[in-house]
Ligand binder design. Structure first.
Ligand code: ADP
Ligand code: MG
Ligand code: ZN
Length: 602
């Protein structure tokens, strides 16, 4: 604390000094002198009115007595006048002297003054920014973490809906915070850090709050982006402070939002790391490692970019528990809508199930927004309660609104995705020997709009040619389904195509599975090509072979496409049924799929 105050005093002193210097330098160069032409200077010299002269190569300054006999300072630019000294003597100027050229110095001072002024202004600007929300002057190193008063409207698990699995996993953390001694007795180890990851607006912050609320412990929350300030070291000291505060209040939950702001992979990107971020991250690691077991503090962090998090953070003993908070499926959406409509008066016709059906890809925040917009709209129209039409209008608004997320789908898009995924699924079901389909979903996950999950019956170490051909056909099944039903294809299949092409290429060049190319390994070298080196002997095979490889890869992919298309055309009814169910229910498991296909065949 002491050193901090000392530092602050030094900062203020520095600022004041800068102002003073600046003031002086300005005063020095803008004197109350009368600028007169050289001719007037000579004239007054002739009249004997000049009393004092200082001569510099670039400036003459002095004093003369004006017509009323008043002393007046003057300055003038000298001309090349070799007789000046003689004339000065002749007219009995009381004092005259030369002066070294100091013009550069005043210029320099002025410049320094300017720079200092800039710093001072900047300084004040920064201070003001930092002070927003904090009463303490210059609380740079202090964490701005807000402690939420646990008596004021607690958030509990019931306020979070549509992510039951995430809640389930977090309930263990709640148990620990409630009864740390129980875990101590059994010698069990609790996670120190829990990383919640998922798209924005899915309720990560809400969940963290609910953990504290359920356990009845204080909740300290800070955003990692606040740690990354302009000054190196500030972030680290804020982290330290945050943990200190929490330790005093233990048991407690510390929540760090946007962890990726500091937790990005170190050394990532060109031009090296970001010093400040790295220091902050290191401090975070130190704090995490320094946790005594069972100290009663749980660190929860959230990110929507788990892929960029520094692996050091994910090591055992740090954020060793990672919990996904996904975009909700239809049932989840309905539950979330229910939570948010509790405080709103709903008309009898406002069927939330219908709203849930119309809002694929909406996250919890979007749904909260829908309810809110609908309530506003109903109020504006002077209605008694929120009607279905208001909700429908609100959906449109949220979809078109500024916060439109890429995962939001229109009905038409949803239909295309349903057919696409049904295509993958149906081809997989129809091909003998293909892995069973475990689950198919059109609830977006990451980039993919939907996904088809196949799980092999047993672990495989060797993959046969037939397996790979099946896989190719399944990959192309999505696009084929779009073609068969809509006579048109979308960009949604690009990932499938690149995967299929990669498989086919490996079949030909690595696995020797093409008769025309033969059992050769024509793998391209994996290592990066360094500048100049290895550029010439790049591929190691002839132009003709390269062409042959291309032809074979193409043939394999096209064959797979044909196979997929044939299967889908022959089972058109099953495809339609599957797509319809998927559109309605968004997620189907293996049994659902079997039942639908059985019914379609009958
Ligand atoms: P994230 O932290 O994942 O970006 P938030 O927790 O900040 O999302 O969510 C913002 C708001 O959206 C919440 O305050 C809440 O009103 C609403 N919300 C989001 N997800 C849910 C959910 N699963 N259940 C209920 N409300 C939710
Ligand atoms: Mg959040
Ligand atoms: Zn696909």
């Amino acid at each position: 604390m002491e050193t901090k105050n000392l530092k602050q005093a030094a900062m203020w002193g520095f600022g004041l000094l800068a102002m003073l210097i600046l003031f002086n330098s300005v005063k020095g160069t803008v004197p109350l002198e009368k600028e007169i032409p050289y001719s007037e200077f000579k004239q007054r010299l002739d009249q004997g009115a000049i009393t004092d002269v200082r001569v510099r190569p670039d400036l003459i300054q002095g004093e003369f007595r004006d017509d009323k006999g008043q002393a007046q300072s003057f300055r003038t630019l000298p001309l090349n006048d070799p007789n000046l000294v003689g004339e000065l003597e002749q007219h009995k100027v009381a004092s005259f002297q030369g002066e070294p050229d100091r013009s550069w110095m005043s210029g320099l001072l002025l410049n320094i003054g300017g720079i200092l002024l800039f710093f001072v202004l900047w300084w004040f600007f920064v201070i003001r920014q930092v002070q927003v929300g904090g009463k303490q002057a210059m609380s740079f190193g202090r964490s701005k973490a807000k402690m939420v008063d646990e008596k004021k409207k607690k958030t509990v698990f019931a306020d979070v809906a549509g992510c039951d699995e995430s809640k389930e996993e977090l309930s263990e953390v709640v148990e620990f915070l409630k009864h740390p001694e129980k875990f101590q007795k059994l010698g069990g180890k609790m996670p120190r850090g829990v990383l919640l990851f998922g798209p924005p607006g899915t309720g990560k912050t809400l969940l963290a709050r609910a953990v504290a609320g359920e356990a009845g412990v204080p909740f300290f929350s800070a955003s990692a982006s606040e740690f990354v300030e302009m000054f190196v070291g500030v972030g680290a000291s804020r982290v330290r402070d945050l943990f200190e505060q929490a330790k005093k209040a233990a048991p407690a939950v510390i929540f760090i939002d946007e962890l990726d702001a500091v937790g990005r992979h170190r050394f990532a990107g060109i031009g090296g790391g970001h010093d400040e971020r790295e220091q902050t991250l290191n401090q975070l690691l130190i704090e995490l490692d320094g946790f005594e077991q069972n100290q009663g503090i749980i660190l929860i962090a959230a990110t929507n970019r788990p892929d960029v998090i520094d692996p050091a953070l994910l090591r055992p003993g740090r954020f060793d528990r990672q919990i996904a908070v996904p975009i909700p499926d239809m049932k989840g959406r309905e539950a979330i809508l229910r939570v948010h409509s509790k405080t709103v008066k709903m008309a009898a016709d406002a069927d939330l199930a219908i709203v849930a059906r119309r809002t694929p890809g909406f996250a919890g925040a979007d749904l909260a927004n829908v309810i809110n917009e609908a309530a506003l709209m109903a109020a504006r129209k002077g209605k008694e309660g929120v009607e279905l039409t208001d909700l429908e209008e609100a959906i449109e608004r949220v979809m078109a609104g500024p916060q439109r997320r890429t995962s939001l789908m229109s009905e038409k898009e949803k239909k295309v995705v349903a057919y696409h995924e049904s295509g993958h699924t149906l081809v997989a079901k129809m091909l003998p020997g293909a892995d069973p389909v475990h689950k198919v979903s059109i609830v977006s996950r990451g980039h993919a709009l939907g996904y088809t999950l196949q799980l092999p019956l047993d672990d495989k170490y060797l993959t046969s040619r037939v397996d790979i051909l099946n896989r190719l056909a399944i990959l192309l099944g999505g696009r084929a389904a779009e073609e068969v039903t809509f006579d048109e294809i979308t960009t949604g299949a690009s990932d499938d195509l690149s995967k299929a092409t990669a498989y086919a290429t490996r079949m030909v060049t690595e696995f020797g599975m093409s008769d025309r190319v033969g059992p050769l390994s024509l793998k391209k070298p994996d290592q990066e090509i360094f500048l100049g080196r290895d550029l010439n002997h790049g591929t190691g095979y002839s132009e003709r072979t390269a062409q042959l490889i291309d032809e074979e890869v193409k043939r394999l992919v096209v064959d797979a496409q044909t196979k997929a298309r044939d299967i889908l055309s022959a089972n058109r009814k099953a495809l339609d049924e599957l797509a319809k169910s998927l559109f309605d229910r968004e997620v189907l498991n293996g049994e659902d799929i079997d039942a639908i296909l059985l019914a379609a065949r009958a």
